[in-house]
Design a protein around this ligand. Structure first.
Ligand code: PMP
Length: 356
């Protein structure tokens, strides 16, 4: 007789995070996962071309030492204040596991990066969501209540709206007894960083990624910066799970990208210029578009349903992101692509809206 799956009672039950689709159509325009439309820096191409594959027979450097040091130099801090991981998702997940061990709930906004509640669930961390104001901005005073830790994406996703550094500082100052994580995945596109505050507040962890502004989503590089105590705690937990998370190729490519500031700045500028032009074109078509400090736009049409536009764009192989969630179900999140991609996107939207 077939035995019942007795082990099923002991499985950790979770509802996983659902990332944006990764379709593979030759003619597609992919504006759904906030990737950078421009290639990585030419110095990344060069390092990749010259990589000696025989090196891959050895384990990578412990703690991605050379990349950690390069990041510390780049940001003008000590290498004991930097922690590197496999994309910022890895860093954030590890930070949840390391720092959020209070009986009290952690706090984050109701509309934010939808991975936060997933990590909280998988690690059995209780949480409370603080509603954004009606204009989708974050109210710093909401984060004055008792809590077991705080995580805020700044600029926030998917709203694209940045919070002034002074407001974030209010939150950090009011919560000296818990760790405050500021997820700055999009900060390079015009947001205000709180990085200088790590010298002043030993409970502040700033998290960054190479996936957006450095055009390196596929290499999976993310990092955190904070006081030596926080970084040591992250390293201890990481080394209790997996000593070698960062692979040799990513470490070298991560260093190469930091060396080419001109390319970095010019790519950022191109994305920001295209963002501005796309925003006004959408506004002319009757969209309400939030002021974005990221590489995406959050837009809602006055009359045509977001889901309808999303589906019709998909039929044309143009992918944007739609969240069927209360409060934001009338919005589309549109990654800023190249000028040519955005022209095709805008033309398609014009046609779709014209049929209503
Ligand atoms: N934080 C936010 C707010 C994001 O939108 C993303 C991208 N999905 C990440 C973190 C994770 O990015 P990555 O793991 O590629 O560094």
């Amino acid at each position: 007789m077939k035995k019942k799956r007795e082990w099923a009672a002991y499985v950790r039950r979770v509802t996983p995070y659902v990332p944006g689709e990764q379709p593979n159509e030759t003619d597609m325009i992919k504006l759904n996962t906030n990737e950078n439309p421009y290639p990585p820096s030419p110095s990344v191409f060069e390092v990749h071309r010259n990589m000696d594959v025989t090196d891959f027979s050895l384990y990578p450097e412990l703690s991605a030492g050379s990349l950690t040091r390069s990041l510390a130099n780049y940001h003008g801090i000590s290498d004991r204040e930097v922690f590197v991981g496999v994309g910022s998702d890895d860093v954030l997940s590890l930070a949840f596991l390391t720092f959020f061990n209070s009986e009290k709930p952690i706090l984050f906004p109701d509309i934010t990066y939808s991975f936060y509640p997933v990590w909280a669930d998988v690690y059995r961390i209780s949480y409370e969501c603080m509603p954004l104001r009606d204009d989708f901005t974050i109210e710093a005073d909401d984060y004055q209540r008792e809590n077991g830790g705080i995580v805020i994406a700044n600029p926030n996703a998917p709203t694209s709206i940045g919070m002034p550094a002074l407001e974030i500082e209010k939150v950090i100052r009011a919560n000296p007894g818990v760790v405050v994580i500021i997820d700055e995945a999009y900060v390079d596109f015009g947001g205000e960083t709180v990085l200088p505050l790590i010298k002043q507040y030993d409970n502040l962890l700033v998290v960054r990624t190479y996936s957006k502004s450095r055009s390196l989503a596929g290499m999976r590089i993310g990092y955190a910066m904070g006081s030596e105590g926080l970084i040591q705690a992250l390293n201890d937990v990481k080394e209790s799970i997996n000593s070698y998370t960062m692979n040799t190729a990513s470490i070298r490519i991560g260093i190469a990208s930091l060396g080419d500031e001109d390319y970095f700045q010019s790519t950022l500028q191109k994305v920001m210029d295209t963002r501005k032009r796309t925003k006004s074109a959408l506004e002319q078509m009757g969209f309400d578009v939030k002021d974005s400090q990221t590489n995406f736009l959050f837009a809602s049409h006055r009359t045509v349903a977001a889901e309808e536009i999303f589906e019709q764009l998909k039929r044309r192989h143009i992918y944007v992101r739609y969240f069927a969630k209360e409060r934001i179900k009338d919005y589309l999140r549109i990654t800023v692509g190249t000028e040519v991609q955005m022209d095709r996107f805008l033309q398609a939207v014009r046609e779709i809206i014209g049929t209503f």
